[in-house]
Design a protein around this ligand. Structure first.
Ligand code: ZN
Length: 132
């Protein structure tokens, strides 16, 4: 699944998240959750390292997660947590108008206008949509 480009270095992360779109914040939160869950996986450990977080540094990861959750805001956090508990990952990519979480074709009106800072959810599965 593709990701929007956002700063990867831990030095940049806290301050620059201010300029992120709501969706970038959600994707970042999703990343942190996946990393937290997969800290036994070598590829995830490499990504943690890239974020400036050592594998044994679970406290920092937790703090980064808490900060990311806060930056997402209550409105989307509810949808996020609901989908995460249900599916493990709350974010689904969209390809050719198909939600890759549940493979339902989304209506043409579902896509946010480009540049719009709108977060959309799949009307079928409830995952937060990442339009690639
Ligand atoms: Zn879906």
């Amino acid at each position: 699944m593709g990701h929007p480009t956002y700063p990867r270095s831990a030095d940049e992360a806290p301050a620059s998240t201010e300029r992120w779109t709501p969706l970038s914040r959600i994707v970042h939160l999703n990343d942190l959750d996946l990393l937290t869950r997969e800290t036994t996986d070598p590829a995830s450990l490499a990504r943690l390292k890239k974020l400036g977080l050592a594998a044994e540094d679970t406290e920092r990861l937790k703090a980064a997660r808490a900060q990311a959750a806060q930056s997402v805001g209550a409105r989307w956090l509810v949808a996020y947590e609901r989908a995460r508990q249900r599916y493990g990952s709350a974010v689904a990519a969209v390809r050719d108008r198909v939600c890759l979480g549940c493979f339902v074709t989304l209506p043409t009106t579902a896509r946010p206008r480009s540049g719009a800072e709108t977060v959309t959810t799949c009307e079928s599965c409830g995952r937060i949509l990442f339009w690639g």
